[in-house]
Write a protein that binds this ligand. Sequence first.
Ligand SMILES: Cc1cc2nc3c(=O)[nH]c(=O)nc-3n(C[C@H](O)[C@H](O)[C@H](O)COP(=O)(O)OP(=O)(O)OC[C@H]3O[C@@H](n4cnc5c(N)ncnc54)[C@H](O)[C@@H]3O)c2cc1C
Length: 261
Amino acid sequence: MAPHIHRRLRHDVVLRRLAVLRVEPLSPHMRRVTFGGPELRGFHSAAPDDHVKLFFPNRDGELVLPALGPNGAEFPAGREPSSMRDYTPRRHDAARGELVIDFVLHGDGPASNWAMQAAPGQRLGAGGPRGSHVIAGDFDRYVLMGDETALPAIGRWLEELPAGARATALVETPEAADRQALSSRGEVEIRWLARDGAEHGELLERALHELPAIAGDTFYWIAAESRRARAMRQWLDQRGVPKDWIKATGYWQAMEDEETD
Ligand SMILES: Cc1cc2nc3c(=O)[nH]c(=O)nc-3n(C[C@H](O)[C@H](O)[C@H](O)COP(=O)(O)OP(=O)(O)OC[C@H]3O[C@@H](n4cnc5c(N)ncnc54)[C@H](O)[C@@H]3O)c2cc1C
C-alpha cells in the first residue's frame, strides 16, 4: 500500500483589513465577493480547503478586531467584538491583488446577513490562513463531497487538479439552480444533488454509499453539517478505509432544535 504523504504547513498569522471590490450573484443561494486592498499583500493559501477567519462589523457597524499578542488574540475592552466565521479562499490572484470568497446565503447569521447586503467599498477583517493541510497528490482518485458550504473548496480543488488526476465530486445544493460551472484539467465527474426544499437529508450519504468502487487508492474529502460529516467518516471507517485517506470536517452546526436528518 503506497504511503501517500500529506504535508502540514504553518503560516504566520496575519490579520488584515480587506475592502470589497466587487459583489456578484453566483446562484440563488451563493454570492461571490472579491476583496482587495493594500493589506492583502503577502497573503498565501497553499491548499484548497484552507480557511480564513472573517470578522464582520458589530451591531454598531464597527469592525472591532483583536490584537495578536503573546497570549493569542485579544479584543479591546468596552466595545462589542466583531463576530468571526470561517471561510474558504476560493481564489487568490496575487498579481491583481484580489481574494475571492463565496458566501452561502443560508438565512440569519452575521456572515450570511453581511453577504446579503455586501457592496463595494465595505470592509471586513480577515485572519489567516494559519496553516494548510496539503493532501498527497498521488491517490488514484479523489472523492470530494459536501453541501453548499463545501462548494468553494471543492471548486478550488477541481480547478487546481493536475491533468490526469481523477476526481468524483458529490455536491448537495439547496436547489438545482445552485449548480455552478466548475472547470478542471483532471478527469472529473460531478454529481449535483439538489435538496429542492427538503431539509438537509440523506442525499450525500446515499451517493457515498452507492459510489462504485474503483481499483486503486481513493482519498475522501467531506465537509458538511457537523453531525453528517461525522457520520460519513464513521461509515468509511467501518468499511476499512484508512484514517489517513479520509478528511471529514463539520463546516457548520445545526442548532439542537434544528432537524438535519
Ligand atoms: C473550514 C471552513 C470553511 C468554510 N468555508 C465556507 C465558505 O467558503 N463559504 C460559506 O458560505 N461557508 C463556509 N463555511 C461555513 C460557514 O463558516 C458557516 O456556515 C457559518 O456558520 C456561517 O455563519 P453565519 O454567521 O452566517 O451563521 P451562524 O451565526 O454561524 O449561524 C446562525 C444559524 O444558521 C445556521 N447555519 C449556519 N450555517 C448554515 C448553513 N450553511 N446552512 C444552513 N444553516 C446554517 C446555524 O445552525 C444557526 O442556527 C466554512 C466553514 C469551515 C469550518
